[in-house]
Design a protein around this ligand. Structure first.
Ligand code: CP
Length: 345
C-alpha cells in the first residue's frame, strides 16, 4: 500500500503545499527508521507536523474510534507520554503496555506478546525495546502498523523527526525543510545512540552537514560511514556550527568512562571537561546557534545545568515538537478520515 496525502492547500505560516504527495515510508505503513528514507517522504511527515505544531486541531479528530497500543519493553518518559498525547489529540484511545507487570515475567516471548495484543483488534503498535531490530521483527509478524519508538542502539525515528522540526523552527527552515548550509555537531556517546543514527540519517538527507564529536571509544571513526564527519576536539568546531546536540552517555547500553588513555573518554570530570556543553563553550557558539538534547539529561556530565536552562537550549521545544511529529506519524500509519486540510487514502 502506498500512502497518498492530498490537499495540503493551507499555506499558514508560509508552510509548503503538498498536493497529491505520494508517501514512500514503508509498504506496510510501518515507521521503523529514517535510514534509507528519501527526502520527499521525510518532508511529507514534517509538513503536517509543522501544521500541527501551529494548530494541534488542524485536522480534527480523525482517529476517533481507533486504538493505539504503546508496547514499551523499556522505560520512557518523553516518548511514551508524547505518543499518548498525540494519539489522544487525534481522537484515538491509547492502551499502555509495560513489560513490568505483564506476562513477559512468565516467559511469554516478544512475538507472542505482540501478536496477543494485536489479536485484540488494535490499529497501531508503538514499540520500544532495548534490542536493535525488535520493532522490525514485530512488524514482520503482525498486520497492524508498527512505529519504532526506539530499539536498542538502532533507530529512534520520531526523535529524529522532532529534532529536525526543532532545528528547522530555530533556523527558519519550516517552509520546505531544506537544511542545506546548516551544520549540526552531535557530541558524546554516538556509538550507543539510536538518536544519533536517526538524526544523522534525517539531517543529512535534508541537506545538513553533521559532525560527530567524541572520544574514539564512544565515537569511533567508522561512524563516518553513516554520512557524517568525525572530530575529536569539540573546541575546534563549537564556534562554527549551527546546532550542538549533546547526547547522554548511555551506561545502560554498555558505555564506560575510563582513564582517558587511548581514546578512552576518561572519568566523569575529564569527560565533562572535554565534551561537556559548558557555559564557556555555549558563549563561543555563533549567534542563533542552538543547543539540543533529546533527554533525559545527565546534568553536569554532557551538559552544564546553566546551559540546559539557558537561552540557547531548545530541549523543551524538542519535547513540544514531539507531539505534532507523532500525530503526523500516527496519521500516516493509521490513516483515517482527516477531513478538511488533508485526506489520507
Ligand atoms: N528522548 C527519549 O526517547 O526520551 P525517553 O527515553 O524519556 O522516551
Amino acid at each position: 500500500m502506498w500512502w497518498r496525502m492530498r490537499g495540503w492547500r493551507g499555506e499558514a505560516g508560509g508552510l509548503p503545499s503538498y498536493d497529491a504527495q505520494v508517501m514512500t515510508i514503508d509498504s506496510t505503513n510501518n515507521l521503523l527508521g529514517l535510514q534509507g528514507m528519501d527526502a520527499g517522504s521525510i518532508r511529507a511527515l514534517l509538513a503536517p507536523a509543522a501544521r500541527l505544531m501551529e494548530n494541534r486541531r488542524a485536522f480534527g479528530r480523525p482517529l476517533a474510534g481507533r486504538t493505539v497500543v504503546n508496547l514499551f519493553f523499556e522505560d520512557s518518559t518523553r516518548t511514551r507520554v508524547s505518543f499518548t498525547v498525540a494519539a489522544q489529540a487525534l481522537g484515538a484511545g491509547v492502551v499502555q503496555f509495560g513489560a513490568g507487570g505483564s506476562s513477559v515475567s512468565k516467559g511469554e516471548t516478544l512475538l507472542d506478546t505482540a501478536r496477543t495484543v494485536e489479536a485484540m483488534g488494535v490499529d497501531a503498535l508503538v514499540v520500544r525495546h532495548s534490542s536493535a531490530g525488535a520493532a522490525g521483527l514485530i512488524a514482520e509478524h503482525v498486520g497492524a502498523p508498527v512505529i519504532n519508538a526506539g530499539d536498542g542502539a538502532h533507530e529512534h525515528p520520531t526523535q529524529g523527526l522532532l529534532d529536525i522540526l526543532s532545528l528547522a523552527q530555530s533556523h527558519d527552515r519550516l517552509g520546505g525543510f531544506d537544511l542545506s548550509g546548516l551544520t549540526v555537531a552531535i557530541v558524546g556517546d554516538i556509538l550507543h545512540s539510536r538518536v544519533a543514527r536517526s538524526a544523522i540519517a534525517g539531517l543529512t538527507t535534508l541537506g545538513a552537514a553533521v559532525v560527530c564529536v567524541g572520544p574514539a571509544a564512544l565515537c569511533p571513526d567508522g561512524i563516518a560511514s553513516l554520512g557524517c564527519s568525525v572530530e575529536r576536539d569539540l573546541d575546534a568546531v563549537i564556534g562554527s556550527v549551527d546546532a550542538v546536540m549533546a547526547l547522554r552517555v548511555q551506561f545502560e547500553r554498555g558505555a564506560e568512562l575510563g582513564d582517558g588513555a587511548d581514546g578512552d573518554p576518561g572519568d566523569a570530570g575529564a569527560y565533562a571537561m572535554r565534551y561537556g556543553i559548558t557555559s564557556e563553550r555555549a558563549d563561543r557558539m555563533k549567534a542563533g546557534a542552538v543547543v539540543m538534547h533529546p533527554g533525559p539529561m545527565n546534568r553536569g556530565l554532557e551538559i552544564e545545568s546553566a546551559v540546559a536552562d539557558g537561552p540557547r537550549c531548545v530541549a523543551l521545544k524538542q519535547v513540544a515538537a514531539g507531539v505534532p511529529v507523532r500525530m503526523a506519524v500516527l496519521l500516516h500509519s493509521i490513516g483515517g478520515d482527516v477531513g478538511a486540510g488533508v485526506a489520507v487514502t
